[in-house]
Design a protein around this ligand. Structure first.
Ligand SMILES: Cc1cc2nc3c(=O)[nH]c(=O)nc-3n(C[C@H](O)[C@H](O)[C@H](O)COP(=O)(O)OP(=O)(O)OC[C@H]3O[C@@H](n4cnc5c(N)ncnc54)[C@H](O)[C@@H]3O)c2cc1C
Length: 497
């Protein structure tokens, strides 16, 4: 099924879902904005949807990837077709004192694109890509999806640490960091942003890179959903594509988890950077049964980014020596894959629209973290059997980088995803999430802004950055957006400069 079909299906599904109480309340008569449509909006060639528009709710629900949405309604949605549209939309927002949030694809799990009031400026139609094979760089518009970008790069045998899920667009992903393919070697993706073209609150268009507007460049490399501008294009550093990308996958009974975690810790310390080591706890076994009838197991995926079959074998060797592969319930080993095939193999993506609570930690003790979550999933199962916890072992480069605001304080990453099958699961998931966040506090070194919810955990936004980085971002907001045209991170008090 194509992404477009998926999108249409979700669009229609949501229209029905929303025909209920929330919808009725919202459609009460036109808002004041409908009467103040002025010159600026009439210049927009893309789509303008006011709250009084009969199709508003369909547009609203299509702005987010997720099925269960918070009742936060922008006053209007502008789907831009061009930079001129963006300039007109910003002028309208300034004129009418509306706050703006920018959307590239609406995948942010905290629904950062849905705010109370204001303007939602949708850039998802901006998807152009210009690859320069000679310099191994590309100018990329924010709406392009990871899988489409990778397919274009493949024609040039080039690579980028794009998201592990094909439908995630580049825009918000790199702005907030970007935990992508071959992360241990390529580093967090925002550090591959060589330059960005940005439209600021006052309508100025700036280029930010290592030589001009360097403070803005620093902020774009990791700031995420608190950014104070509209990024219209990124210039990305590309890399040669490995000819032998290889995946091995194993399912282990959950009682093997303590032993498995010890082995993963050892492999993480011995492996080369070109090996990505992921362990996911969820109800995956036996795979031919419906999720509710499956057992909690741990799925280990080992990806080797190799130059040849021999190279792949050597990269896999620390894991192969661990003694664990022999103990798997199921395994599929040393499969050579393209990115298209790697994307197709991301089974947990299928339930991703059902996510209602997502959190993460950077931690030095991922073994304790994963086992804590596994125990809670066993003793106190969340309502949906499709919930899971993902751990990346030896996943990140902990170097300090003065040219990016992103912080990666630990080598290991742990994130967990709570799904709902129906509305009543949402508050249960929230409680489950609160309890698990509290349980993991002692081993938390920081968070990743693209997979945290600062509305529910306001301190998490700050904990995605160093203290110095957080203060510098606040000063840059004062400098570049003194009138607060742009919304800040969810959950933060908005003060004007
Ligand atoms: C199924 C799924 C899989 C995922 N897989 C990964 C993964 O492998 N690795 C990973 O790191 N993350 C992953 N994520 C998380 C993802 O990085 C974030 O959800 C990210 O915010 C998505 O980008 P987006 O363009 O859809 O953001 P949106 O939801 O569109 O935007 C979020 C916020 O970012 C800001 N923003 C977005 N675009 C712009 C722009 N052009 N200019 C200025 N500000 C902008 C705005 O403040 C906006 O509110 C995944 C999410 C999902 C749902």
């Amino acid at each position: 099924m194509t992404t477009d079909t998926n999108t249409r299906r979700r669009f229609l599904g949501r229209a029905l879902l929303l025909a209920g109480a929330a919808g009725t309340a919202l459609l009460r008569g036109p808002t004041a904005l409908a009467r103040t449509v002025n010159d600026y909006l009439s210049r927009i060639r893309g789509r303008v949807v006011l709250r009084s528009d009969p199709s508003y709710l369909q547009w609203w629900s299509a702005m987010s990837w997720f099925l269960f949405l918070p009742r936060r309604y922008p006053d209007l949605i502008v789907r831009a077709k061009s930079h001129e549209d963006i300039l007109a939309a910003l002028a309208y927002a300034r004129h009418n004192k509306l706050r703006v949030t920018v959307r590239s694809g609406g995948h942010n799990p905290a629904h950062a694109v849905l705010r109370k009031g204001g303007m939602l400026l949708d850039l998802s139609l901006l998807r152009a890509v210009e690859v320069d094979p000679a310099s191994q760089t590309a100018w990329v518009e924010p709406g392009i999806h990871a899988e489409n970008l990778m397919a274009l790069l493949d024609e040039h045998k080039l690579d980028f640490p794009a998201a592990h899920t094909g439908v995630v667009p580049i825009g918000g992903y790199v702005l907030g960091g970007g935990l992508g393919w071959n992360m241990p070697q390529r580093d967090i993706a925002c550090r591959s942003i060589l330059a960005a073209e940005v439209i600021m609150a006052d309508g100025r268009k700036l280029i930010a890179d290592a030589t001009q507007n360097t403070d803005l460049w620093w902020a774009i490399r990791g700031c995420g959903p608190g950014f104070f501008g509209v990024v219209t294009r990124y210039k990305l550093q590309l890399y040669p594509l490995y000819p032998q990308m290889t995946k091995s996958k194993y399912l282990f009974a959950i009682d093997k988890l303590p032993h498995l975690c010890k082995a993963l810790g050892k492999v993480a310390s011995e492996k080369e950077d070109r090996v990505e080591l992921l362990a996911v706890v969820g109800r995956f076994y036996p795979p031919d049964k419906p999720p509710a009838e499956r057992d909690l197991v741990c799925a280990v995926s080992v990806f080797a980014f190799a130059n040849s079959t021999e190279d792949a074998r050597e990269l896999m060797a620390p894991w192969q020596r661990s003694g664990m592969p022999e103990q798997a319930l199921l395994k599929s080993e040393n499969k050579r894959l393209t990115y298209e095939q790697m994307y197709a193999g991301q089974e947990t993506d299928h339930s991703s629209p059902n996510r209602t609570a997502v959190e993460n930690i950077w931690t030095d003790d991922v073994a304790t973290g994963l086992q804590t979550l596994a125990k809670k999933m066993q003793d106190d199962p969340p309502p949906s059997p499709r919930c899971f916890a993902l751990s990346g072992w030896g996943f990140s480069n902990t170097r300090e980088d003065p040219t990016s605001c992103v912080a990666t304080p630990s080598e290991h990453y742990l994130s967990w995803y709570l799904m709902a099958e129906e509305e009543s699961h949402v508050p249960i998931n929230r409680k489950w999430m609160d309890e698990s966040v509290a349980a993991l506090k002692p081993i938390t070194r920081g968070h990743y802004i693209n997979e945290t919810d600062p509305l529910h955990y306001p301190e998490h936004a700050r904990e995605c950055f160093t203290q110095e980085g957080w203060q510098r971002l606040a000063k840059l907001r004062d400098k570049y957006d003194p009138d607060r045209v742009f919304f800040s991170w969810l959950g933060q008090k908005e003060k004007t400069a």
